[in-house]
Design a protein around this ligand. Structure first.
Ligand code: NAG
Ligand code: NAG
Ligand code: NAG
Ligand code: NAG
Length: 500
């Protein structure tokens, strides 16, 4: 992990310039060039698909034909039969991203008709035509800004340029063919270009709707929810885009959001860009301290121990010689320990890993004729350290006991031998407390990932006061199999952020 010098340098560069803003972000997500490529490779085929069967408004012109006179010519039912994307690129600049695509072939079909009056009769004819476009370039620049904590996408420019048109007119007379070559092709060209530009801009507004509908909260459990409100405008740099998110945990509303979607045993779609990791998410230690404060406040950091690996330890008879007063008062009674945090655990992140300290009270209770009788209280100060990893779309953790110190807070059973307390507390911490904590950390916390996407091949870096998750992103296969149309619909209806 520590040998990734390049990523570390990159991280230092990526996260060094935080803009001076009012609200301070606690999570930043950076989409790198390969992440932009991934998104582009997902969206360009969708956009191309929406262009297929695109109808272009009819074109009607009056042309003066020598020897015939004024002829009304109509090109109608102009439809793009299909487009093939040859190449596409995405680039981030200072103000937004630009996506450009070259289409290798574009075919259109249309109907033609003409009519003209010759003395008393009207002469008319109609037929079909096909148009082959030699090539076409489409480009769109988009910017994004923060509007009330949501992302607002806007199109700054959208253009379409068609190369040569090759028109095949079926039927008609020779002058008609000339009319199309001379006058109509430019009209067809600009109508098609306009229709495509409008369609692409419309597609971008669906993307905007999707961004707007990204929820501002991710429900974790009854106690906590992550505030994923965007703070500041996205930061566009050359070849990356940074999104800043509030990221702190807030209390869950009673009206909890629906439970997260499970993807089960879905397969990953292959990420397309492979050069470097697509996504970098940086979480500062305040994120972890905010969740610890909430759990503490909710009274969740409490644990009753009535079973231990060496069960005899939880019976007063075992303490007959070491704590004679206990045995004398409560001979042969079961005991239980009530462990509770007396302050929110404090988390510190450093280059070496994650450390946490927690102050606990361990109340020793005796179960005496159905009552729980507290007989002593030991206060513990416990230090653990560990690391994080990614499981599904969650950041999970694992800690080990580093050291602990203790004090006898009060006792109704006389003084306790230091070495005895030390030994018992070590057992309790190592065999019960740490595994208990790890069972929670193993479930972890959701990373802000948009529904339908999965984190893949993640690795974790820890730096001063932050954890950085670097990963690729995969598109969940079922989305692919439901078909592009439905995906477009689900995008336009707005998808939501969710977690595994
Ligand atoms: C357009 O027509 C040509 C010739 O008929 C064909 O080879 C090509 O595959 C078509 N392209 C699309 C995108 O339909
Ligand atoms: C932001 O929210 C406030 C209050 O909800 C509203 O008055 C304002 O119009 C919103 N601004 C935009 C740009 O939507
Ligand atoms: C969520 O974060 C935003 C931005 O920092 C903040 O304005 C808002 O008050 C937060 N929501 C809650 C419920 O704390
Ligand atoms: C455990 O200790 C806490 C804090 O002193 C107390 O609030 C709680 O009622 C105790 N629980 C039991 C089961 O004794």
């Amino acid at each position: 992990m520590g040998t990734h010098l390049f990523p570390l340098l990159l991280v230092a560069i990526l996260f060094s310039t935080s803009s001076p803003a009012a609200a301070s972000p606690h999570i930043s997500a950076i989409i790198s060039q390969s992440g932009l490529d991934f998104a582009k490779d997902l969206l360009v085929p969708l956009a191309a698909d929406t262009l297929a069967h695109l109808s272009v408004p009819d074109i009607e012109r009056s042309v003066n034909i020598p020897l015939i006179g004024i002829v009304r010519v109509v090109a109608s039912g102009i439809v793009l039969e299909g487009v093939a994307v040859a190449d596409s690129t995405v680039a981030a600049g200072d103000t937004g991203v630009v996506v450009a695509a070259s289409l290798s072939s574009v075919n259109l079909t249309m109907e033609w008709s003409y009519s003209y009056g010759s003395w008393l009769v009207t002469i008319s004819d109609s037929g079909s035509a096909s148009i082959q476009v030699e090539g076409m370039d489409i480009g769109i620049s988009m910017g994004m800004k923060n509007e009330n904590g949501s992302l607002k996408l806007f199109v700054t420019e959208c253009g379409c340029y068609m190369k040569d048109l090759d028109i095949t007119v079926n039927g008609g007379s020779s002058w008609l063919y000339q009319v199309f070559i001379d006058g109509f092709s430019n009209h067809i060209r600009s109508s098609v270009e306009n229709a495509i530009t409008n369609k692409i801009t419309e597609g971008a507004s669906k993307l905007d709707l999707f961004l707007e509908n990204i929820p501002k909260e991710i429900y974790v459990d009854k106690v906590t929810t992550v505030n994923v409100t965007f703070v500041d405008d996205p930061l566009f740099k050359s070849s990356s885009v940074q999104f800043d998110i509030d990221g702190l945990f807030i209390p869950s509303d009673k009206t909890a959001l629906s439970k997260h979607m499970h993807f089960g045993d879905t397969k990953f779609a292959q990420p397309l860009g492979k050069s470097s990791n697509m996504l970098w998410i940086s979480l500062d230690e305040d994120v972890f301290n905010s969740v610890s404060a909430l759990y503490f406040k909710a009274g969740s950091l409490q644990h009753i121990v009535d079973k231990v690996p060496n069960q005899f330890l939880l019976n007063t008879a075992s303490w007959r010689f070491l704590i004679p007063r206990l045995y004398r008062k409560y001979p042969n009674e079961d005991m239980l320990l009530n462990i509770s945090a007396i302050a929110p655990p404090s988390v510190r992140i450093n280059v070496g890993g994650v450390d946490a300290t927690v102050d606990l009270d361990v109340i020793v209770n005796v179960l005496s004729s159905g009552d729980i009788v507290p007989v002593a209280c030991i206060s513990l100060s416990v230090a653990v350290s560990g690391g994080a990893s990614v499981s599904g779309n969650n950041l999970v953790g694992r800690v080990e006991l580093d050291y602990f110190s203790f004090d006898l807070k009060w006792s109704d059973i006389g003084k306790l031998h230091t070495s005895v307390v030390q030994r018992v507390m070590r057992i309790v911490l190592k065999d019960l407390f740490v595994p208990y904590v790890n069972s929670y950390l193993g479930k972890g916390f959701p990373l802000p990932i948009i529904k339908g996407f999965l984190i893949k091949d993640a690795y974790i870096l820890t730096s001063r006061s932050r954890i950085i998750v670097s990963s690729d992103v995969a598109f969940v296969e079922p989305m692919k199999t439901i078909g592009i149309k439905q995906f477009v619909r689900s995008i336009s209806e707005g998808m939501s952020i969710t977690t595994l």
